[in-house]
Design a protein around this ligand. Structure first.
Ligand code: NDP
Length: 683
C-alpha cells in the first residue's frame, strides 16, 4: 500500500513502519498509509526556524499577500484532483466545495488583507502615545513576526480548509507552518501540499506537512512557536497541558467541542418568512458535511408552544435528505469520515438519549443510494427532543459529531438566553427573529458565551453566509468549552503570530524605526516642493513650511455663499451670546481649504495625480477674521500600489501630516490627508 509523503526538510519523505491504514469512507476500501515513524522532529523544527522563518520575515506584508494570491490561483488549477479525493472522505460536492474552494477562498481573503498592512515586514499597532510634557518622549506599539513556527494540529472534518485557513494567516504574518492533519483524511491534505510543493511559490521551509503522529515535537517547542489545535476537548486538554508547552509558555490556541445553538425568536409564527428561514437553516446545519462541523447546530431552542409545529416541519425537511454515495449527484448527505467516527457518534447519542427521546431518524438503519450502508460510514440524520433542558446537563455538554441535534422548549427570552449559556461557551449561535429588540436582548445577554452571533431575518437571510460558515474576516473561536481560542478575524488573526513590543524614545528616533512620521519629530526641509517629487523620491519626514495667509471677514462670507453653509456660528454678526464663539468663526472646511491653497504646488503639472481624501481632521482652535495661518506639511507614510494592467499608471498613496498653525505656532487644525503620487516613469 502506498505511503503518504511527509513534506519536510525541503523534500518528500516517507515514514517507517506499518503506520495507519486510511480507508475510503464510502466503501471501506484502503487508500494509503500514514506514518511519521523515524522522522527527526528536531530537524523539522530547526528547518522551519532557520530556513522558512528568515525567508518569510525578509518579505513585506505586500509580498507575502501576493504570494498567497499566487498560491490560491495555482491551487484553483487542480480542483478536479482534490474533488476526486474529497469524495473518499464521505463529502458531497457541496461539502467538498466548502472544504476545498472555501480553503482557497481563505487564501484569497488573506492575500487581500495585505492592503491593511504597510509595505514593511512589521507593522504598527495603534496610535503613538505622548509620554512627556514637552513631547520629546513617546511610545508606540509595533508588531514583529515571531521567529518560531506555527504548528497546526487539525481535525479530520476539513482536511483542506483546516490547513489553508490557518497557514494563510501565519504566512501573512511572516511565520512558517507545520501542518499535522488528522490522519484519517490526511490523504486529501497531502494531495494539496504536493501541489503547493510542486508550485515552488512558497519559500523553502515555509510549510511542512506531517501525515501521522507528531512524535515528540510538542516537547521541543519554545516560546517563539505557537500551536493551534482543532479536535476533541480531551485531546486538546492533553496537549495543552504538555509540560514543555507550559514551561516554555508556548501560545496554544484550542478549538474543541462546541455545543452551538439556534434560537427561534418568540415573535415568529409559521406564517412569517422567518419560520421557513429557521427550518432551512437547522436542516442545513444537521445534514451539511453529515453534521461533522465544529460550528454545526447541536441545540435548537424554540418557544414551548411551537415545539410540535417545529418538530413536524423539521422532520418533513429532514425527510427530503437523500443519503448515499457522494459521487451521485442526487445525494444531499454523504458518509461520516469513517466507521470509528460513526461508532463514536452512536455512543454519544446513547448518552444524550438518557434524558432525551429520538423524534426523527434511526440509530441502527439508514437507507442509502448507490452505496453499501454498512461498508460506508452512513448514518441517518437524528432529531432528539429534550423536554427539560433546564434540568439536563448532557444535552448542553455531549457533542455527537454527526447529523444530530436536539430540540428543546423555552418559556421566555431570558430563559432562552440562559439555555444558550448552559453550553458553557460555543463557536457560534444564531437567533431567528423579526424583532430588533429581541435580537439586541439576545446579543447582549448571550454574547459573552459565544464567539459569533448570526441574527437571521427576512432582510438578510437570502445573502447570509449561514450559521455554520466561519469567515476569514470574522473571528472564529469561542470561550470555555469551544476551546477559548480565536482564529482568523482578519487583521486580528495575523497579530496572533506576531510579538507586540512597546517601543519608547524620541519622536525622531521612533519615526526612523517605524518609517511613520511621529508628531514632534524633526522634519527634513529642502528646496524642492514635495509635490514635485515622484513617489520613490519622497521620504517619510520630508517637510514643507508654507507662507502665511490672513483669514478675513470677506473670506468667511464668501465661503458661506460658495458652500451654502450658513450655520449661525459663521454668519450671525449680531448675537453669539450663549454659544462657544465670540465672533463669527471661520468654517473648518475654509481653514482646511485655505491650508490646501498654501501647501499645494500651484504651478505646472507635477507627479501628484489627485487628492485621495482625508483620514482624519480635527479643528482645535476657533479662527476669527484677522487670524494669520500657515501650515507645517510633513510626509507621514507611503503605501505603494500595484498596477492593475500595463495601461495603469505606476503610483502610490502618500499620507501627509497637516498641522495648521497660527502666528504663535499654536495648532488650529491637525489632520492626515492623502495624495496619489505617480512613480518615476521607467526609461
Ligand atoms: P482528536 O482530538 O482525536 O484529534 C484531533 C487532532 O489531534 C488530530 O490531528 C489527531 O491526530 C491529533 N492528535 C490526537 N492525539 C494526539 C496526540 N497525543 N498528540 C498529537 N496530536 C494528537 O479528534 P478527532 O479529529 O479524532 O475527532 C474526535 C472528536 O473530536 C469528534 O468526534 C468530535 O466530537 C470532536 N471534534 C470537534 C471539533 C470542533 O472543532 N468542535 C472538530 C473535530 C472534532 P490523529 O488523527 O493522527 O490521531
Amino acid at each position: 500500500m502506498q505511503k503518504l509523503g511527509n513534506y519536510i526538510l525541503g523534500t518528500r519523505i516517507e515514514g517507517d513502519g506499518d503506520g495507519q491504514l486510511l480507508l475510503n469512507a464510502v466503501n471501506g476500501n484502503p487508500i494509503a498509509i500514514a506514518t511519521t515513524k523515524g522522522l527527526d522532529f528536531n530537524a523539522i523544527l530547526h528547518y522551519a526556524r532557520t530556513t522558512g522563518s528568515p525567508a518569510l520575515r525578509k518579505m513585506t506584508f505586500q509580498q507575502r499577500g501576493l504570494m498567497l494570491r499566487a498560491l490560491a490561483l495555482h491551487l484553483q488549477k487542480h480542483l478536479d484532483k482534490f474533488y476526486a479525493l474529497s469524495y473518499a472522505t464521505g463529502a458531497t460536492k457541496a461539502d467538498s466545495w466548502v472544504d476545498i474552494e472555501g480553503g482557497i477562498g481563505n487564501l484569497f481573503a488573506n492575500a487581500s488583507l495585505r492592503r491593511k498592512f504597510p509595505d514593511e515586514s512589521f507593522c504598527l499597532d495603534g496610535e503613538s502615545h505622548q509620554l512627556s510634557k514637552n513631547g520629546t518622549f513617546i511610545g508606540q506599539h509595533i508588531l514583529v513576526p515571531k521567529e518560531g513556527v506555527a504548528v497546526h494540529i487539525n481535525a479530520f472534518n476539513f482536511p483542506v480548509w483546516g490547513m489553508l485557513e490557518k497557514i494563510a494567516v501565519n504566512l501573512l504574518a511572516g511565520v512558517p507552518g507545520i501542518v499535522k492533519p488528522a490522519s484519517i483524511t490526511s490523504f486529501l491534505t497531502e494531495a494539496v501540499v504536493r501541489e503547493i510543493d510542486a508550485s515552488g511559490i512558497l519559500p523553502k521551509g515555509a510549510l511542512q506537512l506531517l501525515c501521522g503522529s507528531t512524535g515528540n515535537m510538542l516537547d521541543l517547542l519554545s516560546s517563539q512557536d505557537t500551536v493551534t489545535f482543532t479536535g476533541s476537548a480531551s485531546t486538546g486538554l492533553l496537549l495543552k497541558s504538555n509540560p514543555n508547552i507550559l514551561k516554555e509558555n508556548v501560545p496554544f490556541t484550542m478549538e474543541a467541542d462546541s455545543l452551538n445553538c439556534i434560537v427561534l425568536g418568540n415573535d415568529i409564527n409559521p406564517a412569517m418568512p422567518e419560520w421557513e428561514i429557521f427550518i432551512k437553516e437547522v436542516r442545513k446545519e444537521i445534514t451539511t458535511k453529515a453534521g461533522q462541523k465544529c460550528t454545526a447546530i447541536r441545540r435548537i431552542f424554540v418557544p414551548a408552544d411551537r415545539v410540535d409545529e417545529v418538530q413536524q416541519a423539521l422532520s418533513a425537511a429532514l425527510a427530503q435528505t437523500t443519503i448515499g454515495n457522494p459521487l451521485n449527484g442526487q445525494v444531499k448527505m454523504g458518509a461520516l469520515a469513517g466507521q470509528a467516527q460513526r461508532n463514536e457518534v452512536r455512543e454519544q447519542v446513547q448518552k444524550l438519549l438518557a434524558s432525551s427521546q429520538l423524534i426523527y431518524g434511526s440509530l441502527d438503519s439508514v437507507s442509502v443510494i448507490d452505496a453499501d450502508a454498512e461498508k460506508g460510514a452512513f448514518m441517518s440524520p437524528l432529531l432528539l427532543l429534550n423536554q427539560q433542558p433546564l434540568d439536563s446537563t448532557a444535552v448542553h455538554e455531549v457533542e455527537a459529531f454527526g447529523p444530530v441535534a436536539t430540540l428543546m422548549p423555552y418559556t421566555d427570552m431570558d430563559e432562552a438566553i440562559h439555555l444558550s449559556r448552559m453550553g458553557k461557551g460555543s463557536l457560534c449561535t444564531s437567533i431567528v427573529t423579526a424583532s430588533d429588540a429581541i435580537a439586541k436582548q439576545y446579543v447582549l445577554g448571550a454574547g459573552c458565551y459565544h464567539g459569533r452571533i448570526l441574527i437571521l431575518n427576512s432582510d438578510c437571510a437570502k445573502e447570509s453566509t449561514g450559521h455554520g460558515s466561519p469567515l476569514p474576516l470574522l473571528v472564529h473561536g469561542g470561550p470555555g468549552r469551544a476551546g477559548g481560542g480565536e482564529e482568523m478575524g482578519g487583521v486580528r488573526g495575523v497579530k496572533h503570530y506576531m510579538q507586540r513590543v512597546a517601543v519608547q524614545g524620541s519622536p525622531t528616533t521612533l519615526t526612523a524605526v517605524t518609517n511613520v512620521y511621529q508628531q514632534g519629530a524633526k522634519g527634513r526641509l529642502d528646496n524642492i516642493h514635495p509635490f514635485r517629487k515622484y513617489f520613490e523620491e519622497i521620504l517619510v519626514g520630508d517637510q514643507l513650511i508654507t507662507g502665511n495667509r490672513t483669514i478675513t471677514d470677506a473670506d468667511i462670507k464668501a465661503f458661506a455663499n460658495l458652500s451654502w453653509d450658513h450655520f449661525y456660528a459663521h454668519t450671525d454678526h449680531t448675537s453669539l451670546e450663549g454659544t462657544l464663539f465670540e465672533h463669527p468663526v471661520a468654517h473648518g472646511y475654509l481653514i482646511m481649504s485655505a491650508a490646501a491653497g498654501l501647501f499645494v504646488e500651484n504651478s505646472a503639472k507635477c507627479p501628484v495625480l489627485l487628492n485621495y481624501g482625508i483620514d482624519e481632521m480635527r479643528f482645535t482652535k476657533p479662527v476669527y477674521a484677522g487670524t494669520t495661518i500657515h501650515v507645517r506639511f510633513t510626509c507621514k507614510e507611503k503605501i505603494a500600489q500595484e498596477t492593475k494592467d500595463e495601461n495603469d499608471i505606476a503610483k502610490g498613496i502618500v499620507k501627509w501630516y497637516v498641522e495648521i498653525l497660527d502666528a504663535n505656532n499654536e495648532h488650529i487644525g491637525i489632520g492626515t490627508i492623502l495624495t496619489m503620487v505617480a512613480k518615476k516613469p521607467s526609461v
